[in-house]
Design a protein around this ligand. Sequence first.
Ligand SMILES: N[C@@H](CCC(=O)N[C@@H](CS)C(=O)NCC(=O)O)C(=O)O
Length: 210
Amino acid sequence: MIEVHHLNNSRSQRILWLLEELGLAYDIVRYQRDPVTRFAPPAIKAVHPLGKSPVIRDGSMVVAESGAIVEYLVGRYGNGRLSPKADFTSPDYVAYLQWLHFAEGSAMLPLLLKLYVGRLKEAGAPLAPRIESELKNHFDYMSGALGDRDYFVANTFSAADIQLSFVLDAGGSRGPLKDYPNLVRLDERLRARPAYQRAIDRGGPYEVGR
Ligand SMILES: N[C@@H](CCC(=O)N[C@@H](CS)C(=O)NCC(=O)O)C(=O)O
């Protein structure tokens, strides 16, 4: 049975959602953020030395890093669902990989900088213009690429949309999501999926984007 090491209000919500979309059985090992620091409890280091969530255990396999977890689950259990066929000559598959990696590799950086630099108050003020311009840069890019389509890759729901959903959620709580009506509509479309709702029911309240 796949085990998901799930931290409340975190990126691991995406993995629960993906597992629900794939109809796979899974167990949840739960961790609560410290109410003051928001850090994960040290106990999570017993499963992976980084001490971050998500981590999954699947038999002898322990996988950290949500993009890698998504690729692993879709590649191993997807049977053609939630991604274009793996083919490096296919523009759709290469676009899928790009979006999958863009979420954590690029888009989260200015969102995290805003969170941490914001805690410096006045001391962080010199960095604010660059952070804001990079937020705009990344959200402009996502919004322009989505255009009037419903989903990022081949206009078909894929695991790349799941991976990008945390960027939308973080953009809703401390970024510029509201300035991008097509991304707001995508966020609503994703949240309305029955598997998304089932993942919330199992994972517990999820308030990153609210
Ligand atoms: N790039 C990693 C980021 C993992 C990460 O930072 N997870 C956060 C939760 S959203 C975490 O565990 N934070 C608690 C902590 O750092 O103590 C991924 O996508 O899995």
